[in-house]
Design a binder for this molecule. Structure first.
Ligand code: MRU
Length: 351
């Protein structure tokens, strides 16, 4: 997608290095970082310098490419297994991360010598990133058919191109519909505690010229009940075989509100997000993140510096589950690159 007229992917491989857009600095500063080792890639995922399910999947794949590029000749097979384990340990919920790491690891281990392993690793990581772009574009094309001219659409968290390699998942149909000349308006949930909606979705929509409002997380029911929202689209971090979907904390609440208000609730996700071995949402591991994300907030002060301020009493503890599970019964349909299906039909799309 375009940033001030220049096309970017969220993460890419260039001259044997990973380059990516540093998301913690947005929306105030646009910075691109360069990584040379798989450990740096693991750190970037863990600390959410890059985040969003398909984006960390691509980063995991490129991290594996760096692991084999830097591996010693005698022990490259052991080295890539160690790297895969380290990259898997970074975040537990998004299925795409595991999908990306395993896909590149498998390709590397088919090689009979180090040079062949390097070639295979880099090629597979590139193919993975390209496949994610193609899937997102197709989700956009199919999802756009659901959108009527003039609709207001609510989304939660950031499931736009920053969360993917390009295009996005939940935002892809909106970008595609806009390119087709449909006018859509987006209500972007702020998405406490980290503010992916207010910081990233709002920034992305602004770059694309899509009209939007940032709303407090607890305002969605109000707008739904007043007839202001015609459709909800969110992304997903992991979809279970029965169609239950884990996504950013607060998604479940929006799905229940949508059903109460007779508003269609769609989940948009590539098949790399589907965990066909996971029977239901109850088995999806939910990441618990630092209490500090609830206690503190980050923002730009009047001197132009990004600063952290505490918003809770010093004596209070907090709980910070990063995701929740929306049961399949609240989901109108899942928009994938292979078609739009009812949640209980998702397993039929297994390759
Ligand atoms: O914790 P994050 O910011 O990585 O969570 C991201 C989300 O929950 C997105 O909605 C999800 O990854 C879908 S992305 C296309």
């Amino acid at each position: 997608m375009l940033v001030q007229g220049t096309h970017y992917r969220t993460v890419w491989f260039e001259q044997n290095r990973i380059r990516f857009i540093q998301q913690n600095d947005l929306p105030h500063f646009f910075n691109i970082l360069t990584l040379s080792t798989y450990e740096e890639a693991a750190h970037a995922i863990e600390h959410m310098l890059i985040r969003g399910a398909p984006a960390i999947g691509a980063m995991g794949g490129f991290g594996m490419a760096l692991a084999i590029l830097n591996a010693p000749n005698e022990t490259w097979k052991e080295e890539v297994q160690t790297a895969a384990q380290r990259l898997r340990s970074t975040r537990p919920t998004a299925q795409n991360l595991f999908f990306g790491i395993e896909r590149v690891l498998r390709a590397i281990l088919q090689a009979t010598n180090l040079q062949e392993a390097i070639n295979r690793g880099i090629t597979e990581a590139q193919n993975l990133a390209d496949d994610e772009v193609n899937s997102s574009r197709e989700i956009g094309r199919l999802g756009a058919e659901l959108i009527q001219d003039g609709w207001n659409i609510l989304t939660h968290c950031n499931a736009g191109w920053l969360a993917c390699v390009d295009w996005g998942t939940a935002l892809a149909p909106i970008y595609y519909a806009a390119q087709e000349g449909k006018k859509c308006f987006v209500y972007a949930d702020e998405t406490r505690p980290r503010g992916q909606g207010s910081k990233l979705t709002a920034w992305e929509l602004g770059q694309a010229g899509i009209d939007h409002l940032v709303i407090a997380d607890n305002a969605a029911g109000h707008f739904m009940s007043r007839g202001k929202i015609q459709m909800v689209i969110t992304g997903a971090d992991r979809i279970a075989a029965n169609g239950d979907a884990a996504n950013k904390i607060g998604t479940y609440t929006k799905a229940v509100l949508a059903q109460e208000n007779n508003i269609p609730f769609y989940v948009a996700a590539p098949l790399s997000t589907v965990d066909f071995n996971c029977p239901s949402g109850a088995e999806i591991p939910i990441e618990e993140r630092s209490q500090d994300e609830v206690h503190y907030t980050w923002g730009l002060n009047d001197d132009g510096n990004i600063v952290r301020v505490r918003t809770t009493p010093e004596f209070s503890q907090s709980a910070n589950p990063a995701f929740d599970v929306t049961p399949a019964r609240f989901i109108t349909g899942i928009i994938t690159e292979k078609g739009i299906v009812a949640p209980h039909q998702i397993s039929q799309l297994k390759a």
